[in-house]
Design a protein around this ligand. Structure first.
Ligand code: NIG
Ligand code: FE
Length: 415
């Protein structure tokens, strides 16, 4: 007879995100239990049939989801862009501030000047906040260092922060975020540096590579050279595509078989079928749409072409200063027209897929025991509709990553 280490018992509503296990695309089970052995899910089913366990966590009155996956962040930075926001509110466009040497470049200056300790403390605080929201996996990009040593430093700090907090971190090398001031007048020299010096310097600390192909950043041709070099070096690739201008970057992502094409606010609708054929995930970033007052990506074209859609925070100090993935799910519905189910799949299963991990953002036997429990907002039913409807900065009552407590208490009781 199976003996569990831990049983999460009497979950009112369990979203497994595995349609094979339960109702709808969310794989819903009611009055269910999840058994854990070591780091893995070992049992899922009706509480009444659950095997014995050394520890029982009572989850009556709670909703459970797989650990959420934030598949696009820029969570290693120093400094603040609050005063720049004031300028943007007065009408100066984001791209113009960048072209004048502000925006991403002001964060580059502050990041380069910061100590390791300062950068680490900032990233740790952001990951702790993520864990409190039920997020157990975070992708973190570099891109505020822009030279070999600084890019390497930021990626190492991202991994170290993940170890300290216990959140699963994937790192993405984004040396091609923008051209740094010292090479502003010799962009070819910078592209060469990214390929020949930065890439070899980060290979052991990066899981993926990314390029910001856009106005004020890199051209399609430069992006292709950098991404092909990254692939030849063994890294999976993803692309900041079609955000501020239509460049053809999404088609390039498809041609390269990229894991994800991110942003897509200006995606030509006909390119959706190329993403679908390539199996590239569309990562939607409603925080950036909100703050930059940009149009929604063509969600209906993505849906019609059956492109898997993920939703992420784009957490960064300028264009999307939020790490609240639940709020981004809400905004994906309000600003982009996603259904509640699409938004929930987007912050779980499809976000795992964008990281090349079909075992993340889904609860099934044999998979990692990543799970979050939530109490409904006061007055609301124990139901995902209420969580996605409300912009309330939801906190989990308990977050587990690989069976370990990341946040909260195992003896939650409603007050
Ligand atoms: O995804 N688009 C480019 N990069 C980030 C912005 C980073 C920043 O503004 O500091 C983004 O929105
Ligand atoms: Fe981004």
């Amino acid at each position: 007879m199976l003996k569990l280490d831990t049983l999460i018992s009497n979950v009112d509503r369990l979203l497994t995100l595995d349609p094979i296990q339960g109702g709808s695309d969310l794989g819903v089970l009611e009055d269910a239990a999840v058994g854990i052995v070591g780091e893995k899910v070992a049992w899922i089913g009706p509480t009444a049939q659950a095997p014995g366990a050394a520890t029982i966590i009572e989850a009556r009155g709670l909703l459970a989801t797989p650990g959420l996956v934030d598949c696009h962040t820029h969570a290693v930075w120093a400094g603040s862009r609050a005063s720049e926001w004031r300028r943007r509110l007065s009408g100066v466009p984001y791209a113009e501030i960048l072209e004048q040497g502000g925006g991403i470049l002001s964060t580059v200056a502050a990041t380069r000047a910061a100590s390791d300790e300062e950068l680490l403390a900032g990233c740790v605080a952001r990951l702790r906040a993520a864990a409190s929201r039920g997020i157990t996996t975070v992708e973190i990009k570099s891109g505020y260092g822009l030279d070999p040593a600084q890019e390497r430093r930021c990626l190492r700090i991202a991994r170290r922060a993940g170890e300290i907090v216990g959140v699963r971190v994937f790192t993405t090398f984004l040396g091609a975020h923008t051209i740094p001031p010292e090479l502003r007048h010799d962009r070819e020299a910078y592209v060469q540096q990214v390929i020949q010096e930065q890439l070899p310097a980060v290979l052991d600390v990066a899981d993926f590579a990314d390029v910001f192909i856009d106005r004020g950043a890199f051209t399609l041709d430069e992006g292709e050279r950098i991404l092909r070099a990254a692939q030849e070096a063994g890294l999976g690739v993803r692309v900041h595509a079609e955000q501020l201008s239509a460049t053809g970057a999404a088609s390039l992502a498809a041609r390269l078989g990229a894991l994800s094409a991110d942003h897509l606010e200006r995606l030509p609708p006909h390119a959706a079928s190329e993403l679908a054929r390539a199996g590239t995930v569309a990562v939607l970033l409603p925080g950036a749409c909100l703050y930059l007052n940009d149009p929604s990506p063509p969600v209906q074209a993505l849906r019609d072409a059956e492109v898997p859609m993920a939703v992420a925070t784009d957490l960064n100090p300028g264009s999307s200063p939020t790490g609240d993935l639940w709020a981004c799910a809400t905004l994906a519905c309000v600003l982009m027209g996603l259904t509640i189910e699409e938004a929930l799949v987007g912050i779980t299963r499809n976000a795992g897929r964008a990281l090349g991990r079909s075992d993340l953002g889904i609860l099934r036997v044999g998979g990692p025991a990543d799970l979050a429990l939530y109490a409904p907002p006061p007055g609301d039913p124990v139901h995902e509709d209420a969580l996605v409807q409300r912009l309330e900065g939801h906190r989990a009552t308990l977050t587990l990553c690989e069976g370990r407590v990341l946040y909260g208490a195992t003896d939650y009781s409603p007050t």
